[in-house]
Design a protein around this ligand. Sequence first.
Ligand SMILES: O=C(O)C1=C[C@@H](OP(=O)(O)O)[C@@H](O)[C@H](O)C1
Ligand SMILES: C=C(OP(=O)(O)O)C(=O)O
Length: 445
Amino acid sequence: MTESSAHTEHADPTSDLWPAPYASGAVDATVTVPGSKSVTNRGLVLAALAAEPGWLRRPLRSRDTLLMAEALRTLGVKIEEGVGPDGTGEAWRIIPAALRGPATVDVGNAGTVMRFLPPVAALADGPVHFDGDARSHERPLHGVIDALRVLGARIDDDGRGALPMTVHGGGALDGGPVEIDASSSSQFVSALLLSAPRFNQGVEVRHVGAKLPSLPHIRMTVDMLRVVGAQVDEPETGGEPNVWRVSPSALLGRDLVVEPDLSNAQPFLAAALVSGGRVTVPDWPARTTQPGDALREIFTEMGGSCELTDAGLTFRGTGRIHGIDVDLGEVGELTPGIAAVAALADSPSTLRGVAHLRLHETDRLAALTKEINGLGGDVTETEDGLHIRPRPLHGGVFHTYHDHRMATAGAIIGLAVKGVEIENVATTAKTLPDFPRMWTEMLGV
Ligand SMILES: O=C(O)C1=C[C@@H](OP(=O)(O)O)[C@@H](O)[C@H](O)C1
Ligand SMILES: C=C(OP(=O)(O)O)C(=O)O
């Protein structure tokens, strides 16, 4: 963007400022949260690879999931967006077909699309070109590219192990054993496992390297593979540590209901904590692999209390917020929201185990430090996280760097600090396009 266009009214919607609503009292609301991004995009991939049609009910409709659906359509899969057979809400029917190239896939800035689809493309009959937002060229993909080459795929990239690249699908892939370093993203492991039932020999993925982040997301991959009939050996059910094996098999077409996105529930639960109020999220699953479930424990330690009933999860704040010392390596995507709450607490916090967030939608550790400090905060980056020492904050612009979770983190701070303006709140469209309306409705403003 040039200097002059920055000053042209509405020339760049991303420069718009959204006045974050201030909570003048305790929030008391029930907030229905749309489907999980991670479940929706896994569900789409598994249904596309199945031997028969399947349904995905209550899918998330957002930029990341529509990019996934569009990419699969480009590869030949039919996805009908409509209402389920019993009229109970949105349901997508996925009709698998022979995967074909040539095709071009736009990954946007969706980690799930840029990592989960190259193995699918390797099964297509022709070249599949991958590209996306500028940030997609910087996010790590080497684990997927290198592994696919070992497993028999031909890939042209510019040698950086990142996008843009072309996967020359050969109609099938050998598969077999492969070692990868997935310490920069658990999605490398998930990507290889999701398509593996369709590889001639299945796959054996061995993670070699520093600690693997986001283990619940790998559990989600394994669980969903098993639901569609795949055979998976993995560390948590008696397998070797850091090794996952998937056998070749046909996948079943299922009728899957997508759980609410518990990471997107985070700002709403945080609103109860920050305002000393009460928020209920209906349909909170009793058992789930979503990392957002950890909020029950984390936000309770930070001063609230929660109760899971038939009505959903009800979270209550007490008016006091405490700092926390916590390793977020397993639940990294919760970091921006936790950092926002921690900046408003009555004692310091240390968030650890999240160095890999430097390679997420933006460098989240740098962005959170800069933006919270820009409002008068005292945050410092550590090697693998953040130290947050709460200070009285003031209003100002909270920049979001095309990161949906930066926008929602800024909105949390805005509940307690007058005059916070969120730059480009529309970036929440990545996973929660309706965020501004949901937020103002929750507050009754
Ligand atoms: O597999 C998934 O659905 C995800 C895995 C995690 O990625 P990383 O392991 O790269 O952090 C998470 O942060 C991301 O939001 C979604
Ligand atoms: C890291 C995230 O997304 P992605 O799937 O693009 O990695 C996220 O949603 O916080």
